[in-house]
Design a protein around this ligand. Structure first.
Ligand SMILES: *Cc1c(COP(=O)(O)O)cnc(C)c1O
Length: 478
């Protein structure tokens, strides 16, 4: 018998020409190297995360962080008894972040790691709703119409929260030129059924910070006059790890009396890979006991106030790594560089006279540049620019603004840690080429190109049936 000294290459094996199992579990197994290669080869058709300027989510971490994550992949965070050190690391992160947000130094602050800001926001909304309800019951008043005041530009997770938890959306609509919540309008909308106001530190659309202090000051007056106790939750998903370093004097956090809870995404400017966020309450008083489950699991009593039970410990460990590795100094250097490149990109775009910049500058927003075409009589639009940029491999989202100003179309470049000045220059060159090309293309051809742009839509149509007939709007991208 002849024994092979080595096995056939993946591409010489039968698996290379047979269809890859797709929608039903295959009957037979296959060798690991073949499964790996088949999947890896498919994934190469995905976009390149480094050139994905659409998302806030971290695409670069240091080797040491990746090593720690890999070494801890098999740990389930919820197994407190088995992995007490991991829990301790979470608590250290909560302490550091709460102090970064100027929580009072009184042992009353409480917080938890989440899968992202969405989960953190769900928890904060539940807490606000429950506190409002308790107060209403104590006063013998109805509790069937809770509402939440927020700008219509909130990230989609706020609409999820209100729908899932049966709360009315009490929207402040935006107008052309004003892309943030107007404090007077927000406080005007507050009524006896308002469970809280959401203020955003870093709008998903344009990166602007909302004026949390103004909301706080006006709301204090209204609360005093009416006897209500309406709180503020700050959605600092994107700005929570930016403002404290770039703009430490901006007062948006727990220094304000009515800011009682804050969320932040560890996987955005917290500089960790996807899968970590934080919810922090100024005091235990603002997180009702009923929402905390004391579970006796695998031998110890533990408090749980998350929506999910099991999750990876790696992301939390990675966050702790980033916090102690960078410290205030490291974060400040990174965020200042990003701000400087943001201002550079915005100035460059404006200098072409082809673009109008809608985002803020000088550290007054998160590091992103939201812009639109200046000329109104063009035969192409921002969506065409985004499609054509894909030919240069850049992923830049084009989207319409929030309800009531959704006639405005824009493009958005999010500057993440790995977006260096060099990369920025390459992007500008490609963007200008793209616009040049579109200028020369005739209208009909652009239309043909538009219909060819939907490759991913074709993929979507064969995926989960649940996508069918989906009619909900999703705001921009995150
Ligand atoms: C990204 C984002 C969210 C959602 O955060 P995830 O961490 O992706 O769940 C919520 N609000 C704002 C303002 C965001 O930018």
């Amino acid at each position: 018998m002849i024994r092979l000294a080595f096995s056939t290459s993946v591409y010489g094996s039968r698996w290379d020409i047979e269809p890859i199992p797709k929608y039903s579990l295959p009957e037979k197994e296959m060798p690991p190297n073949i499964a790996y290669k088949l999947i890896r080869d498919d994934l190469q058709l995905d976009g390149n995360p480094g050139l994905n300027l659409a998302a806030f989510l971290t695409t670069y971490m240091e080797d040491e962080a990746e090593k720690l994550m890999t070494e801890n992949l098999s740990k389930n965070f919820i197994d407190y008894e088995e992995y007490p050190i991991t829990v301790e690391l979470q608590n250290r992160c909560v302490n550091m972040i709460a102090r970064l947000f100027n929580a009072p130094n009184d042992d009353e602050t409480i917080g938890v790691s989440t899968v992202g800001s969405s989960e953190a926001i769900m928890l904060a909304v539940l807490a606000m709703k429950r506190l409002w309800k308790k107060r209403r019951i104590a006063e013998g008043k109805p509790t069937d119409k809770p509402n939440l005041v927020m700008a219509a530009s909130v990230q989609v997770c706020w609409e999820k929260a209100t729908r899932y938890f049966e709360i009315e959306e009490n929207f402040v609509y935006l107008s052309e030129g004003t892309y943030v919540l107007q404090p007077e309008k927000a406080v005007e909308l507050v009524d006896e059924n308002t469970i809280g106001i959401c203020a955003i530190l870093g709008s998903t659309y344009t990166g602007h910070y909302e004026d949390v202090k103004a909301v706080n000051d006006l709301l204090l007056v209204k609360n005093k006059k009416t006897g209500w106790d309406v709180p503020i939750h700050v959605d600092a998903a994107s700005g929570g790890f930016v403002a404290p370093f770039v703009n430490p004097d901006l007062v948006w956090d727990f220094r304000l009396e009515l800011v009682r809870s804050i969320n932040v995404s560890g996987h955005k400017y917290g500089l960790c890979y996807p899968g970590v966020g934080w919810a922090i309450w100024k005091s235990k008083r603002y997180l009702p006991d009923e929402l905390i489950f004391n579970i006796n699991y695998l031998g110890s009593d533990q408090a749980s106030f998350t929506l999910n039970f099991s999750k990876s410990a790696s992301n939390i460990i990675a966050q702790y790594y980033v916090l102690i590795r960078l410290g205030r100094q490291g974060f400040t250097s990174i965020m200042r560089n990003l701000m400087s490149t943001t201002d550079y990109l915005a100035a460059k775009l404006e200098s072409t006279n082809k673009f109008e910049v809608l985002s803020d500058r000088n550290g007054n927003g998160v590091p992103l540049v939201a812009f639109r075409l200046t000329a109104k009589d063009l035969h192409y639009d921002e969506f065409d620019v985004a499609h054509r940029l894909r030919e240069h491999q850049w992923i830049v989202p084009s989207y319409t603004m929030a309800p009531h100003i959704n006639n405005i179309k824009l493009l958005r470049v999010v500057l993440r840690e790995d977006f260096s000045r060099e990369r920025c220059n390459l992007f500008i060159t490609d963007l200008l080429h793209t616009v040049d090309y579109l200028d020369k293309m005739d209208k009909d051809y652009i239309h043909i190109k538009r219909s060819a742009a939907g490759r991913w839509k074709a993929l979507k149509s064969i995926s989960v049936l649940a996508f069918k007939d989906q009619s909900h709007k999703t705001n921009g991208v995150c």
